[in-house]
Design a protein around this ligand. Sequence first.
Ligand code: FES
Ligand code: FES
Length: 863
Amino acid sequence: MIVNGTPVSGTPRPGQCLRTFLRDSGWFGVKKGCDAGDCGACTVHVDGVPVHSCIYPALRAAGREVTTIEGLSHPVQQAFLDTQGFQCGFCTPGMIMTAAALTPEQQADLPRAMKGNICRCTGYSAIADAITGTTRIFRPNVPVVAPIGHPVPAPAGPDVVTGRARFTADLGPEEPDAVPPEPPLHMKLLRSPHAHAEIRSIDASAASRVPGVVAVFTYEDSPARRFSTARHHDPDDDPYDTLVLDRVVRFAGQRVAAVVADTVAAAEAACALIEVDYDVRPAVTDAVSAIRPGAPLLHPDLAPRNVAADVHREAGDPDRGFAAADEVYEQTFRVQRVQHVHLETHTTVGWMSRGRLVLRTSSQTPFLTRDELCRIFGLEKDQVRVVVKRTGGGFGGKQEMLTEDVVALAVLATGRPVHLEFTREEEFSAATTRHPMEITVRAGATRDGTLTALALTVTSDTGAYGNHAPGVLFHAIEEAVTAYRCVNKRITARAVYTNTVPAGAFRGYGLSQTVFAVECAFDELARLLGLDPAEFRRRNLIREGDDLVNGSGEPSDVSTASVGAAECLDLVEKALASGRGSAAPDGWLTGTGIAVGMLDTVPPGGHDGRARVAQLPGGRYAVFAGTAEFGNGTTTVHQQLAARVLGCSPTDVDVLSSDTDRSGHDTGAYGSTGIVVAGTATVRAARALAEAMAADPGGEKLLEAEGYCDGRARSVSFAAQGLRIAVCPPTGEIRILQSVQAVDAGTVINPAQLRGQVEGGVAQALGAALFEEVRLDSAGQVTTRALREYHVPVLADLPRTEVCFAATRDANGPFGAKPMSEAPFNPVAPALANALRDATGVRFTALPLRRDVVYGALNPEGA
Ligand code: FES
Ligand code: FES
């Protein structure tokens, strides 16, 4: 075949698809999101026609002309740069290849034309703008001082739209210090078919005889040290309940053995030949059953009642508060398991370099991963390097160590480079999910709308392991209740082990579940009181200077000096009243709903951010930051912050991040800390450098300086969502007529990126509110194992969201900025449920609000 004008010859392996054939030939712009024809990340042109190369046999391309993103030259690539039509950029090559081949007729019907391409980050609006040539003008509502407040483009953009950007598995020769010295072996994992069992024995002799197999690892090879896959500033935050390979399996999908071989096919064939003798144990797959007396115990030594964490808090006198109320509303809400579906799956390549273990991995926490590997394998920190290249999305899913430990085991044992890349099926069945929760809310208020008491009872299902179980539980019960001024509060919450796929960190970190419950309950309480739901919130939301009440008995360390909640509500109401948006089809019911979510700007307990800024020749600067870029825009913002301090252009600043050899210890890119903590460290380093430069007016030395932020200063940010919807009673279909979100993000550093984060957060949340769900059968097996079974929103599923910025300024964040990566997700589902209640009169108490569920509620006789 001719690939990008160059003849390529070779014999594909039997059954090999064009995607892997092209990547084997070095065309790394051909990505893998699913290998099943569902996501479009692998799109290339064959004789000018776009195809999903993962389901296109390589042999079929013989004699044809193949074009990958590297060989494309099309105006739409510049348009993606102009509109900032990407975040992580993993979907972008495929998006562009599809867009570049659209006819005018297809361009006129983008929802249909782009249905084969998934983007998990952007919410599609900026992508649609790029394809249609639409320019959106940013009008900041506060004075800006360049480059702060300007839509500075992402520096990686030109590489992303041409396929030159290197993600974890793209082992190109141009990064000699970050690729293995020889092609890596491939690892495949044998996984348990049982939800709960003890392994009596494993016979890997037949597997070991498969040609090309180098090693098979079982529990007998595992280090004995227990750890948590969760990565946290304080590792003691999570129970030490996991082994690299365990003799007890606690969910269907848990690793049982690891095979490394010359090829993926040999590793897969060997996995199929491993014989495991299981002693199958009783399993418990729901949280309510798991805490009943006599339930099977998952970790009897750690959790004798299957309780991974529990909290009881009380403030004021809740009983008296409820007695003083004119109306009390109580309801139980259920929030489902959803998956992050970052388009780049978990992947790690490991090798030895001059006696050191090097891991190139897709992670939000390179330093914490290094530290835990040292603890597990008994290594010193200078014996391990963890490097993170461009990462294809995370959303909390990569605040875990799901591949690095077993790759390290194989590299240390064989001395050879090893690559492990999860399939999409493994992402669904063996990576982590959002914690499913059952939340009972009881809320009381007096006739004038004053909240007199609020009580929450929360049961969180952490699955088979306790990674993030305590943290998510504590966070879930924090901002959802501290956002409101009520002095009488009672909280009972617990996280429970079950024999199901583990839950973990997920955008919002527990708040999307409790905010759904509280904001739905307040909507009903306002109705009981005859008050407008927005007005009820306005009367009760915290105000500047308030003390936060969480019932812990401890004074809060969170500052409320800047509170933009009321302004966000005003902006949403104004937009909803504007008449913008679509009209409802004839005969459909219509309704409007709002909800608000608060987020503390930094996780509790501190968060290390370290940065180094160095002078380069020619008036340029380099920022070495420990935090990771995974589509959240950190790199661009750090350029802007350093440039503002140093008085140069952002294009004069190179940002090099997330390599444990290049900067001081950084806790990682989670908890929305990329700007507020890591950015503050960069500002401090840049200021120190500016002072050093002022003291060296001759400029004879090349200077550098360091900055540190301990993440102790915390404040609050808000996001308010408004939705106007139409509902079709005969079918249950929901159509979104207008979507608006207003955010209190403090000083807006980069309006294009901020708007993109909000649009992407709303899009991901609408998917979780409307149809996404990781489903399990009664034996605990995940049944939604492919994107087409799970339904990630495509362009056709989503409305455009109008994004408004409140004019606030934070005392802690750099130049007054607050974070806004997680907060946009949280108020969306309750706003949708409230709009549905407004339209239909029915209070839906469980997510997702699928069409069949809505239909069933509206047509009880036909359901
Ligand atoms: S990787 Fe080919 S469609 Fe997803
Ligand atoms: S930018 Fe589309 S998946 Fe990340």
